[in-house]
Design a protein around this ligand. Sequence first.
Ligand code: GLC
Length: 674
Amino acid sequence: MKNLKKMILCMLVAALVGSMLLTGCGKKGGNTDSTGENASQANVEENSSQNEENKSGMSEEELLRRQQLEVIPDDAVYKDASKSVEERVADLMSYMTLKEKAAQMVMAERNTASGGAGPADLQSYPLGSILSGGGSAPASGNTSQDWAKMIDQYQQVATEKTRLGIPILYGIDAVHGNSNLFGVTIFPHNVGLGATGDYELVEKIGAATAKDVRAIGANWIFAPTLGNPQYVTWGRSYECFSEDAKEVAPYGAAYVRGMQGVLGSDEFLSQSKALATAKHYIGEGYTMNGMNQGNVNMSDEEFDELLKSGVIEPFKQAVENGAKTVMISYNSVNGLKCHGNKHLITDILRGELGFDGIVIGDYNAIQQITVPGGKFEDQLLTAIDAGLDVTMEPFMWREITDDIVDFVENGKLSQERLDDSVRRILTAKFELGLFENPYSNADYIKETGSDESRELARQAVRESLVLLKNDKVAADKNVFDVLKNAENIFVAGKGANDIGTQCGGWTISWQGQTGKCTIGTTILDGIKEVTGKDAVYSRDGKDMPENTEIAIVAVSEIPYAESNGDRTYKSLQFMNSEWKVVEAIKEQNPDVPVLVILITGRTLVMDKYIDNADAIVCAWLPGTECEGIADVLFGDYDFTGKLNYTWFKTGDDFKDRKEDGVLFEKGFGLKKAD
Ligand code: GLC
C-alpha cells in the first residue's frame, strides 16, 4: 500500500513539474527570443509542431530542459569524440533552440566594416559559418599568421563563449592555391590544368591547397569550378578545365579527392583536408553570349536533356567522390534563377545524384531571385524551399537568422526542413573533426609556400603548356634548336616580367592585379635561372641588341574575375599593344626568330597576328612558378599539353562555333620535333 501511495505522489509531482515547464513558469530567467515573445512559449509551439516531427526520441520536457540549460554538461554525448557522427549530431540538435538552429544556416562575411560579423557577434548570433570573399584579408595584414590569428578568434568565441560551443566553418576561394594570401604557392588556373591530362597532378594540387587552407584555420574551399564554357566571352572561362563537361568531370573529381581525401580512407576530412565545393550548379557555361550570371536560353526539357548529355557529369563524379558541398550558380535557366530552382536542386541534385551534403548559395545571389512583391524574406524562403542549406548573403546575417526563426514559428518552414539543413551542416563539422581541432595549424603554416609545393606548381606549369605553332626558322632548324644553344636571348612584353599578370584573377585580391603582388618567379627570371644566361629584357620590344639570336615575347591578358572579364565577341582579343611588341622586334630585325608565349585565361582571337610568330606556346595563367616555362623551352622536357578548348579564328566564329571557323581543334598540341 505504502509503495502505491509513493508512486501516485511521484506521478502527481511529475505532472506538476511537467505542466510548469510547459507553461514556462518556474524556469530561471526566461529568455526572450528575437520576436520579444517569451521563448518558452515559442518553444512550446515549436515543440508542439515538433511533436509529430520530433525525431530525437526524447520527451518534450527533456528537449525543453536541454534548450533551457545555460551550461551544457561536459559529458553530453555530442562532446564525446568516441560516439558516432550520427549520435553526436542528434544529441547536439536536442540541445539547440530554434534560433541556434537557424543561425547554423547563415554565413557572414568577416569584414565588419561592410556589415559582416565579427567574432563577438557570434555570442548573440551563433552563426554556422564565416567567409572571406575574394581578397577579404585580415585588417592586420595578409600573411598566413595574420589569417590564422583572425580565424582563430572566431573559433575561440564559437567554441568557448557560446552556449553550445559549435565551431564555425570558414570558407575561402582558394581556387588555385590559397591564393588570397601573400607568399603562398599559386598554381595554374583550371584552364591550364585542363590541358595537362594529368589527374594525379591535379589531386596533389588539391591536397597542397587544402593543407595551406587548414594551416590558417579555414576549412571550406569554394572550389573546384566545374563549368564547361561554350563562349569564352565569359569572364570565368579560365576557372574551368574544359569546354567539354565529360573532360571536366575527372579533373573536378581529382581536385575533390585531393582537397577532402579519398572517400572512405582514413585521410578523408582529416586535419589537413577541407570541404570541397562543386560549383556552380548548374549550366553557367551556356548563358547567352557567355554573359556572367546570365540566362540559359533553353526550355526546361531542353536543359534536362543537356544535363543528361553530359553537363551533369562533373557534379555526378564530384558527388561520387564525396564532395561535401555544392554551390548554386547565379545563372538562370529558361528565366528561372538556379537559386530558386527546386527541380534542379532537390529533384536532380539530391534526388537523382543522391547528394546529401551542404548546398550553399552564391554571394548575394538569393537577392536575384524573382518573387512576387520582391521582398527579401520571400526570396529567402524560395531558396530554402528549393533546397538551400547555407545562405551566403554576407551582410544580412541577423535578418536571415531572425527570418528563419519566424518562418518556422509561423509554419512557413517546417521544423523537419530546418532540421535537415542543420543536420547536414553539423555532420560536416563533426566529420572534419572541428569539435576536437577547430584552430589553425602552426606546423602547416611552416610548410606554406614550401619548395615542395613550388616544385609541384612548376611541374603543373610545364605540363599545361600547349605548343600551337612551330615553324622552321632555317632549313634544318626550328626555334627549339636555336633555344638549345642560344647565348643572346631577348625577352619582351609586360607579361614576361610581371607576377600579377602570370597569376591572373583571384590572386591576393578578388580581381587580381599586375605588378609584384606576391613571391614567385617570372618568365624572365625563370629563363635566367634555367639557362644561366643574362637575358636582355625590354617591355615594349625596343632596343633589341644586334647580336640577339632568339626573341621570346609574352603576349598577355590583364587579370580579371567574374563579370569584369566578360567580353563581346568583337573584343575577344588581346590588347593590340601586346602584339605590337612582336612587330617592334620584326621591324628591328626580321631575321630574329620570335617565340610568342600567350599568358591568357582563354582562347582569344589572334588570327591577324600569328604569322608574325615563328612559334607560339600557350601558357594560360601559370601562377607563381614560371620557371616551368623555361624548363620546357630550354630543358629536356617536351610539350605534353593538349588544347581543352576549340580555338576559333574570329569573334564571329566564337559565336557560331562553326567547323570552318576553327583555328586549332580541341585536343591539338605539337611536340618540339613537330
Ligand atoms: C563569388 C563567386 C563564387 C565565390 C563566392 C565567394 O561571387 O561567384 O565563385 O565562391 O562569390 O567569394
